[in-house]
Design a protein around this ligand. Structure first.
Ligand code: M6R
Length: 608
């Protein structure tokens, strides 16, 4: 849950490392540090807090050298502090390491190293790494790193520099992302592509247990046996600007505005009128699909909420039973899996530890796995049998918006794909849904244009302490996501309820002035929803409702109605989530919260 970078070339490393880290702050931001090497001497600068603190420190005490490593941290072992910040070094400061992940057996390793006379100064798991490399160094740094890594259990992407061999930077990954950027006479490592995009578009996506040695004259990739391996260089086609704020105040607002494009891109080449659904990286045949007797959708957080929609639409359209699971529960509950099980894992980052574990569990029991992910070459993409890439582009804000909306598109597309193969819908029914889907980019655009209405409402409600979201059916799925968005960036307590369930307990919390946001886009449930709204109104709630254009019946019952463009109710979640994202955003802004980097959270949760 951290970001690492590394550089070797002719330029000064320090500004390049800082710039790379600025693109990775979304991975963690409670401390930052760099180590550079000059004339065989390593200098380390690190401190608690945002990257800006490190930049200030470097202004006072610059570090020199044209080789270096850097780190932005999200604390797991040891509180955020200067001493716990990375890079960590061996006692004499000749080996320096940055690490993203967790060394699970660090206590045993630490005890062993202490018994050999090594001294530790931080509370981190990472500090064992430079000591271990030191312990195994017998004149060859690569061999020492390979040996040290073979003793480590857990997840890691690490970058190493050493005064013992000042001409190289060594890196390796297992269960944590790592890419290698190949520039003109300069080479990079990073946890994510945006960190290198200002310098190169040519990257290697490393697999688990692959080591890379960066030198001034090139890159060598090795396996655990210290044997050279060949890898294909990938060319990144998306723009570096895509990872910048582009004039918006925050990444989150920018990403909300990018949703029409993200939806369009995700449908492109997959959904076209008069043509079969094309999913190029899903090779499931009609025969294999017919044998599937159960689908699990497994994910965490917002990705899980897209799965709530997925369950509704896959069962409705493809007539196959879907179980929905939170990945951290699924992996420990002995779920029933066999070769007729299809698992759909959903993960924006493709690196979420619990989701990965669920995927591996399903694979070990012969299930077929489709990964829905936004990150090309991510762990879930590499380990699943089939992949559905959502083309949302890089999502930087911790609170997911455009990735979520493209996950919804993935759910609809997979449901239609299965329905088409199984023949559970007629050609005409499929064409009608596709036609409605193709209208989504324009309709989402229209919803975003009305953002000022939401902003006004947010400015009247931001001081409330509790906010409830209600919905039935697909509206309930969206209520869950709206509530999570509000909680994570504005720190307001909020609950999402299936509207019919409220009277079984939670309605006790409704009192005069309680804010209730009610979603009422599902025409088959509209009257039921209206009754539930009346139940909270009677108890004094102040209700904002979301309904589809034309459903005027709701107006007399609620305090304010926000109308969404008319759409097939099956697809309404794609529209109705947008005002909820905007509501969370404007409430957080009014409260002065750091929208893109909410407290206690990280973009990618690569630990359990
Ligand atoms: O990368 P993933 O989609 O697997 O991440 C799952 C959750 O950690 C993520 O959706 C989280 O809930 C977001 N902060 C929500 O905005």
């Amino acid at each position: 849950m951290c970001g690492i970078v590394g550089f070797i070339g002719k330029k000064e490393a320090s500004p390049i490392l800082i710039e790379g880290l600025s693109k990775l702050e979304y991975r963690g931001y409670d401390s930052a540090g760099i180590a550079t090497m000059d004339n065989g001497n390593i200098s380390v600068a690190k401190c608690k807090g945002r990257l800006a603190n490190l930049e200030n420190k470097l202004k006072e005490e610059p570090v020199k050298g044209n080789i270096g490593i850097g780190h932005t941290r999200w604390a797991t072992h040891g509180e955020p502090s200067d001493i716990n910040s990375h890079p960590h070094t061996n006692e004499v400061g000749t080996i320096s390491v940055v690490h993203n992940g967790i060394i699970e057996n660090y206590i045993q390793l630490r005890e062993k190293l202490i018994s050999k006379g090594y001294k530790f100064c931080s509370e981190t798991d990472t500090e064992v790494i430079p000591h271990l490399i030191d312990y195994y160094f017998k004149g060859d740094l690569v061999e020492a790193v390979i040996k040290a890594v073979s003793r480590m259990e857990g997840s890691y992407a690490i970058g190493v520099i050493s005064a013992k061999e000042p001409d190289k930077l060594i890196a390796v990954r297992k269960d944590s992302p790592l890419i290698v950027g190949v520039g003109d006479g300069e080479y990079f490592i990073a946890s994510d592509v945006p960190a290198v995009l200002n310098h190169t578009r040519d990257v290697y996506y490393l697999n688990d247990n692959e080591f890379v040695v960066l030198k001034h004259d090139g890159v060598t990739i090795l396996n655990e046996e210290n044997e050279k391996i060949e890898k294909e260089l990938s060319h990144v086609t998306w723009n570096a600007d895509a990872a910048e704020k582009g004039g918006y105040e925050d990444f989150m607002l920018k990403e909300i505005h990018e949703q029409p494009k993200a939806i369009r891109d995700t449908m492109t080449s997959r959904i076209a009128l008069g043509k079969e659904i094309t999913l190029d990286k899903i090779t499931l045949t009609k025969e294999q699909i017919e044998k599937i007797d159960k689908i699990y959708i497994v994910a965490c957080g917002t990705a899980y909420h897209s799965g709530v929609v997925g369950k509704y639409v896959i069962e409705k359209l493809a007539k196959v039973s879907v179980e929905l699971d939170i990945a951290s529960e699924f992996r420990y509950r002995e779920p029933l899996i066999n070769e007729n099980t299809l698992m759909i894992v959903v993960s924006q980052s493709g690196e979420t530890a619990d989701t990965m574990a669920a995927l591996r569990l399903a694979k070990s029991q012969n299930a077929r796995v489709i990964a829905v992910t936004n990150v090309v070459g991510s762990s879930v993409a590499r380990e699943a049998d089939d992949v559905f890439y959502t083309w949302a582009g890089p999502e930087i804000a911790v609170a997911s918006t455009k990735a979520y909306i493209t996950m919804l598109i993935a759910m609809y597309t997979i449901a239609l794909f299965l329905a088409e193969k199984k023949g559970t819908l007629s050609k005409e029914e499929i064409e009608n849904i596709k036609k409605d889907m193709l209208e989504l980019p324009d309709k989402t655009e229209a919803v975003i244009k009305d953002k000022e209405e939401i902003q006004k409402y947010a400015s009247r409600t931001y001081m409330h302490k509790d906010i409830f979201f209600l919905g039935r059916g697909l509206d309930y799925a969206v209520a869950l996501e709206g509530s999570l968005k509000l909680k994570e960036i504005s720190y307001i307590h909020s609950e999402a309820y299936a509207a019919g369930e409220l009277k079984h307990g939670t309605i006790a919390l409704i009192e005069k002035g309680t804010v209730v946001i009610a979603l009422a886009t599902q025409n088959n449930l509209f009257d039921k929803m209206l009754s539930n709204i009346k139940e909270v109104k009677t108890r004094g709630a102040n209700v904002l409702a979301f309904a589809l254009e034309g459903d005027k019946k709701i107006e007399g019952t609620v305090d304010k109605t926000f109308y969404l463009p008319n759409i097939n109710p099956l697809l309404a979640p794609v529209l109705s989530v947008i005002p909820l994202q905007l509501f969370a955003y404007y409430v957080a802004v009014q409260k002065g919260c750091d929208v893109d980097k909410p407290r206690n959270l990280a973009k990618s949760v690569t630990v359990e």
